[in-house]
Design a protein. Structure first.
Ligand code: MEV
Length: 441
């Protein structure tokens, strides 16, 4: 068994790498060389990245691509996307171009409320707790003034603090359910700092609240933390066009296409197995932009999937209808994003991504991200109900297969051309490549 390592975080980067290479690999020199190969030659830049997390040993690259031609609320955008999946940027670009010729995307932010909670236990009389909450509530605002001052200058702050009785579901369990406006920051640090201060003030005040008995004074704070579920921080994005404009070639019947497209959405509405994959396609677009703009994709994922299940059954995040010959397709999702704070002013590529988007505020970024999700879903569903997904997907994946086979640049060019009119499958590429190699040996 491998011996535990003590004080690992205190070791230098080289020492950490040496430990890793010697402990888990046979060819430690090759491992060390490989890890160092990914270091940036600009030492200052490398140090910046090293300090994002603990125990950094190297960088992990993902491609940053752009999907141009997105017309959103009459402004043209090239959307930055960080993702490993071959076909995502191509699909987004295709959908952007398609809707560019049909008036583009419209997006609106419907609400921007963030949430945080202080979870606590109290086993006394409820009326006394309510009386205590009403008496301490102004103190909660005063005690957090040092945290809220700057946020208030920017137009944000604490919107409301509510006492919630959850004892029906868990004996003794109550919350301070708090809502916040965090303007252009995602607000996690702001919210958590406020909540921790609320908890301290709330606990300390209880100890001297006269109406409480000795036992009632012992309010037990369990934890204070923001919620990534933000059902009142909602953005809507949509596209629409007359049905007959939905198809690009006369060989496809527009009504038939619209009907099949709507069916696909209805299926995702009622069938969770399909809804999960349908929404995964949406997240292909959303996560890629969230990552490229330095936001927290785990928070976004958690919040969006919870929203998709808010009515008790996991369902599609997009919807479509045809009314009076007009096809309309839309998405409504919660998105808690920031364009200041966090990585946004630190990571050079995040700064570049935001600049490319015209330095959006948080609401504008919500609109762009929602559009990326809608575009991705349009592209996926369109392929699914027409050609099937594999045609486009495998065309994009062809280069990955050729890279696995260690094809040269000339061989790659040859096979991209060769497969132009053929179906790409892993085995078809391997067979064709092997035959080519033996012929040219
Ligand atoms: C693949 O990454 C995403 C899709 O499966 C989405 C979908 O099925 O709608 C193509």
């Amino acid at each position: 068994m491998i011996a535990p390592v003590a004080g690992f975080s205190k070791l230098s980067k080289n020492e950490k790498i040496a430990w890793l290479a010697n402990t888990y690999f046979h060819d430690s020199e090759a491992v060390i060389a490989m890890l160092k190969n990914y270091w940036n030659s600009d030492e200052k830049l490398q140090k910046l990245h090293d300090e994002f997390i603990e125990n950094t040993i190297t960088n992990f690259y993902l491609p940053l691509g752009i999907a141009p031609n997105f017309l959103i609320n009459d402004t043209m955008h090239a959307i930055p996307m960080t993702i490993e999946e071959s076909s995502v940027v191509a699909a987004a670009s295709k959908a952007a171009k398609f809707w560019l010729d049909r008036g583009g995307f419209k997006a609106t932010v419907l609400s921007t409320e963030k949430v945080g909670q202080v979870h606590f236990m109290y086993y006394g009389a409820i009326e006394k707790l309510e009386a205590y909450f009403n008496s301490i509530k102004p103190e909660l605002f005063i005690a957090t003034k040092h945290i809220t001052q700057n946020m208030e200058k920017r137009g944000g702050g604490i919107s409301a603090i509510e006492l919630r009785d959850k004892t029906d579901e868990l004996n003794g369990y109550f919350q301070l359910h708090c809502t916040f406006e965090t303007v252009d920051s995602m607000g996690a640090n702001f919210i958590n700092s406020c909540l921790e201060q609320f908890a301290k003030t709330f606990e300390a005040g209880a100890a001297t609240f006269e109406a409480f008995s000795e036992e009632e004074r012992e309010i037990q704070i369990v934890m204070s933390i923001l919620s990534n579920y933000v059902p009142n921080c909602i953005v809507k994005a949509e596209v629409s066009c007359p049905i007959e404009e939905l198809v690009e070639s006369e060989s496809v019947d527009a009504n038939e296409f619209a009907e099949k497209f709507l069916r696909a959405i209805q299926i995702a509405k009622i069938e969770p197995y399909r809804a999960v994959t349908h929404n995964k396609g949406i997240m292909n677009g959303i996560d890629a932009v969230v990552l490229a703009t330095g936001n927290d994709f785990r928070a976004i994922e958690a919040g969006i999937h919870a929203y998709a299940a808010k009515d008790g059954r996991y369902t599609s995040l997009t919807d479509a209808e045809v009314v009076d010959g007009i096809f309309k397709f839309w998405i409504e999702i919660p998105l808690s994003l920031g364009t200041v704070g966090g990585l946004t002013s630190l990571h050079p590529l995040v700064k570049l991504a935001l600049e490319m988007l015209g330095k959006p505020n948080a609401k504008e970024l919500m609109q762009i991200v929602a559009v990326a999700g809608l575009a991705q879903n349009f592209a996926a569903v369109r392929s699914l109900v027409t050609t099937g997904i594999q045609k486009g997907h495998m065309k994009m994946h062809l280069i990955n297969i050729l890279n696995q086979l260690e094809a040269t640049e000339a061989e790659k060019a040859h096979f991209v051309n060769y497969f132009k009119d053929k179906t790409v499958t892993h085995s078809a590429v391997v067979t064709a490549f092997t035959a080519y190699k033996s012929q040219h040996a």
